[in-house]
Design a protein around this ligand. Sequence first.
Ligand SMILES: [Zn+2]
Length: 329
Amino acid sequence: MGQTILYPLRFEPIYQYRLWGGRRLASLLSAPLPNGPVGEAWVLSDRDDHASIVDNGALKGQTIGQLMSRFPEQMMGKLAGRFQRFPLLLKFLDAHEMLSVQVHPGYPPDRPVPEGEKEKTEAWMVIDAGKESRIYAGLKPGATPDILRQSIANRTLSDHLACFTSKPGDGVFIPAGTVHALGGDVVVFEIQQNSDTTFRLYDWGHVDAKTGKQRALQVDQALGCIDFGDGAAGLVKPTVDAAAPERELVFSCEPFRLWRLRSHSLFPVGAANLLRVLVCVEGAGQIEHGDATYPIERGEVWLLPAVVGISQFRPSEAVDLLEIACPAG
Ligand SMILES: [Zn+2]
């Protein structure tokens, strides 16, 4: 039996019903959308309940978890053995209505992480934003746990949240412990640590059409993990790479880095002996690796295993790509 050598991998999106979702992921992703409001497409997920599946080449049908355990060196290269699971969760969100106001836990170094919980820092790249779109990220000055608790009862919580409108191409960084929400017809690409711990502070009185009920809130836990010293989060200012003008570094934090690449001529993607992920936000082109080419279209997400290393990307039209690196990679 010959040894399998990994190659650039494309994954099937996993669509998720959300009461706040819409239909706009249909024009972004090529896979057909199920009926009803679709809020999320999980495009790379190594979770037992929703495992991403390869849809190209000899490994078609394998989950990302199977690849992580069968080919740890080829997948992660220098970082092999550091992660049992793929450390990031990548999604597109279509927030037609407002999402619940929520917070993900962060734990200071002197505080142990409770059993079953994980930190979760996330960030959004705005892809499309309607006239009514809003992003809430962080607190206005003066907000305290008591004020927030009272404002939840009065339905005036949003008065205490930092709010801004956004446009395509904006980057918003949401460290663990930051209150956040978005909606009013905004489509974003979301990158986050692979954790599902979310505490809902407020849900705008939404009733879930599927259950006829409001969704549960976790106000005490949410207030317990809000970073009250942090104030408003805001738009990120990307830094341009002087050596590679097509490349801007948008997010750089311990759990991930994300670059935006814009060009209409050939440029390198990937990294030697490290895994990278490419997300095509606009345009199209192909990845050239060895003698093989891999066409990539708008809305597609490709994983470049560490063994693939540096490849070339040849745009067929002006392209807007995101490139993502794992922790310390
Ligand atoms: Zn969130």
